[in-house]
Design a protein around this ligand. Structure first.
Ligand code: CO8
Length: 267
């Protein structure tokens, strides 16, 4: 595994916990961090013994673990961008963000504090979001004279609907974790002390299922989302054919019929 300046990685129980760690800047995303994220996710995707990635934020410089998930893209880096540099920065971020969305492992954002701007956007690129009860979400970009540029104008509308996305982006109002849950931006809100345990318990439940089937289901959901329903259902049928030709299908259905626990191993 590569060494990183701005990331910490712990792997246990087939789960990678990847922490964005820039304590002096509340884990804001700069170019180096985006490059490191891309490297880390590429390396993790090749690991057969990792089935779930939990993305979270490291502590702030005072050691507070629940201050910030990611407080946005790094404003001190962006302030002097030319238009081509700004565009390149957006494209640079899109690569690891698409990896979170499309990699074969399931990605869970454990949101432990501020998830603002690029922080809200990277959480939205994950498959599932679990928030601590003190988490704060928002898209403050229009107040900085820019627009959400790490996929926020697209993913927020897809997650919470166009009206609520426009309200959050145009007003720059932050919302708390309970409101984020109410509008469908997060899957679950838990007491902050329970955040990592909840994320790991969900990871363990997902890992207990057929991992290859989960990864194919993820691809089916992602690929079909922007298709018309006829082509999407046809694509699903094709993938259904693929998963019928696996060890796990024979084992999973055989175990059911023989009334025993299944030993699912495909990935
Ligand atoms: N970038 C750089 N540094 C940051 C950022 C950031 N996004 N957020 C916080 N920091 C730094 C602060 O400057 C401060 O540094 P220092 O100690 O050297 O002064 C340190 O982190 C601690 O922050 P604060 O002292 O401000 O902590 P507070 O508890 O007072 O406030 C807040 C916490 C409310 C989170 C506050 O820091 C804040 O408002 N941060 C900025 C939030 C923001 O506006 N985020 C959106 C940024 S824009 C963005 O994400 C665009 C994404 C798309 C880009 C597309 C390009 C193509």
């Amino acid at each position: 595994m590569s060494e990183f300046n701005n990331l910490k990685l712990e792997i246990a129980d087939q789960t990678a916990v990847l922490s964005i760690s820039r304590p002096a800047a509340l884990n804001a995303l700069n170019s180096e961090t985006l490059d490191e994220l891309n490297t880390a996710l590429t390396e993790i995707e090749a690991m057969d013994d990792v089935k779930v990635v939990i993305l979270t934020g490291g502590p702030d410089k005072k050691g507070n673990e629940f201050k910030s998930f990611v407080a946005g893209a790094d404003i001190s880096e962006m302030v002097n961008f030319t238009a081509p540099e700004a565009r390149a920065f957006g494209i640079k971020a899109s690569v690891p963000f698409f990896k979170l969305m499309n990699m074969r492992q399931v990605t869970i954002a454990a949101v432990n504090g501020f998830a603002l701007g690029g922080g809200c956007e990277i959480a939205m690129a994950c498959d599932i979001r679990i928030a601590s009860d003190n988490a704060v979400f928002g898209q403050p970009e229009c107040g900085l004279g820019i627009i959400p540029g790490f996929g926020g104008t697209q993913r927020l509308a897809r997650l919470v609907g166009m009206g609520r996305a426009k309200e959050m982006i145009f007003t720059c109002d932050n919302i708390d974790a309970n409101e984020a849950y109410r509008i469908g931006l997060v899957n679950k809100v838990v007491a902050k002390e329970e955040l990592m345990a909840t994320a790991k318990a969900m990871a363990a439940k997902i890992i207990s299922k057929g991992s290859y089937a989960v990864s194919v289901a993820k691809a089916a959901i992602n690929n079909g989302y922007d298709m018309d329903i006829k082509n999407a259902v046809e694509m699903e049928a094709n993938l259904f054919g693929v998963v019928n030709d696996t060890h796990d299908k024979k084992e999973g259905m055989g175990a059911f019929l023989e009334k025993r626990a299944a030993n699912l191993t495909d990935f």
